[in-house]
Design a protein around this ligand. Structure first.
Ligand SMILES: O=C(O)C(=O)C[C@]1(C(=O)O)C=C[C@@H](O)C=C1
Length: 421
């Protein structure tokens, strides 16, 4: 069995290892709200979403369930929850030990952007955009680098990390498909989202001139997001994909590679001692990547701020249900913010024999939809009940606060050169 191990004491990045597990989860108590199944998502029950959300929406919860919710709302331990402070000593003696108002759902206010002491797994090495996203999602968190997306999922499942922050889509490069597939294979819950402006730099070893360059390396998304600019710069260089942007910078520095440039962040340049040859080389100034925050347990959905809900569904009869499913949202005035389809790995192709005509070969899909409503709203619950009628598989990936932070394209860093190199 593959296990997760830090690669070395000096490089604490989490990697897969074939050696016996030596990692001890720091907390063993694991109460989850949803029904657990093996990693085969399509094998999940069609009422899977209800089992998760019934507990959250119910006013009558068992002590174990409420303890579970209280101890890990939005993944924060009790200590960091914004519960209404209750000072027993400030009450008159005859009132002491009596709580004046019952705790309500809205008192369980997690601070979604608060992350002190949280261990947050991300893919990449220090200086990666994902590390910055982890810091935006959970300020002051302990960011844990992982060499693959799947390792970040497992780090949370094994209690090595409390959260994972993973990219799902970029405004220029599109969806990060691997993470859509992994969301389905694993049983973590989306508990938040952050949108990070991504400002790329063109980096090389100090003193390297562009005439010497034969190659540019970066994460595939980094290459995709700078494609037109690279062409415009007139560089005759091969493009090569690596695991992450900062890893590309680290590689150049560690191996003293003088014919290669990296597309990465200004912070990566600083960490690995590279020079910024050009700044802001993304094809669009407002380049932004959306990340999701993942936890072992869902948060309590609320109605006092904008929420988004992410679902995934499929039907054994294929894409013909898509229109009906989408109409369940349209009738209730629920806006969709994203729709994505991925191959249905359990049933990738469906053969339909038509008499005298031949065999039609239909590709089968899993559909991912994000919509602007909270699972605490009746209209969202009703829409999902209707969706359930039309689908053979439905899972709520999470209902979570939308990232509403004000945003503007990041200005070039002060050490920038010109775009023309
Ligand atoms: O390589 C990095 O720095 C990452 O954090 C990964 C990643 C991605 O997967 O999209 C994150 C944000 C940017 O869009 C480019 C790359």
């Amino acid at each position: 069995m593959r296990t997760l191990l830090p690669s070395s004491p000096h490089n604490p990045m989490l990697r897969y290892s074939q050696s016996p597990a030596t990692v001890t989860p720091s907390r063993r108590r694991f109460i989850h709200c949803g029904k657990r199944s093996d990693s085969s998502a399509v094998g999940s029950s069609r009422s899977d979403w209800q089992s998760s959300w019934a507990i959250l929406s119910s006013k009558v919860v068992s002590q174990e369930q409420s303890e579970s919710l209280l101890s890990s709302v939005n993944g924060h331990s009790n200590g960091s929850l914004n519960l209404v402070p209750f000072d027993n000593n400030s009450l008159a003696p005859n009132q002491q030990s009596k709580k004046t108002t019952p705790l309500s759902i809205t008192d369980l206010s997690p601070a979604p952007m608060h992350g002190s002491n949280l261990r947050v797994a991300y893919q990449g090495v220090p200086g990666a955009y994902s590390e910055a996203a982890a810091g935006k999602a959970y300020p002051n968190c302990q960011a844990i680098p992982c060499d693959q997306f799947e390792v970040a999922f497992q780090a949370v499942e094994l209690w090595i990390a409390d959260r994972a922050v993973l990219p799902v889509e970029n405004s220029l490069g599109g969806s990060i498909h691997r993470n859509y597939d992994l969301l389905l294979r694993h049983r973590l819950h989306i508990v938040g989202e952050v949108q990070l402006p991504v400002h790329h730099c063109f980096l090389a070893l100090p003193g390297v001139r562009k005439e010497f360059l034969t190659r540019v390396i970066s994460h595939p998304q980094g290459l995709a997001q700078c494609e037109h600019t690279l062409t415009k710069l007139g560089l005759n260089v091969a493009r090569e994909a690596v695991d992450d942007t900062a890893g590309a910078a680290e590689f150049i520095a560690a191996n003293n590679v003088r014919d290669t440039a990296a597309i990465a962040s200004a912070r990566a340049a600083e960490i690995y001692g590279l020079e910024i040859l050009a700044d802001g080389i993304q094809d669009d100034a407002s380049n932004v990547t959306r990340f999701v925050m993942l936890a072992r347990e869902p948060i309590i959905p609320r109605t006092d701020r904008p929420f988004k809900t992410s679902i995934v569904f499929a039907h054994e009869k294929g894409t013909c249900v898509l229109f009906k499913v989408l109409s369940a949202f349209a009738f209730r005035n629920i806006s969709l913010t994203k729709i994505e389809s991925r191959p249905n790995h359990n049933v990738p192709i469906r053969l339909v024999d038509e008499a005298n005509v031949g065999t039609a070969k239909h590709f089968e899909y899993m559909f991912y939809v994000d919509f602007e409503a909270s699972m605490a709203e009746a209209r969202a619950q009703n829409a999902l009940s209707e969706v359930q009628e039309f689908t053979s598989f439905l899972r709520v990936l999470g209902s979570y606060p939308m990232d509403m932070t004000s945003w503007s394209p990041s200005p070039p860093s002060s050490s920038s050169s010109t775009l023309s190199l």
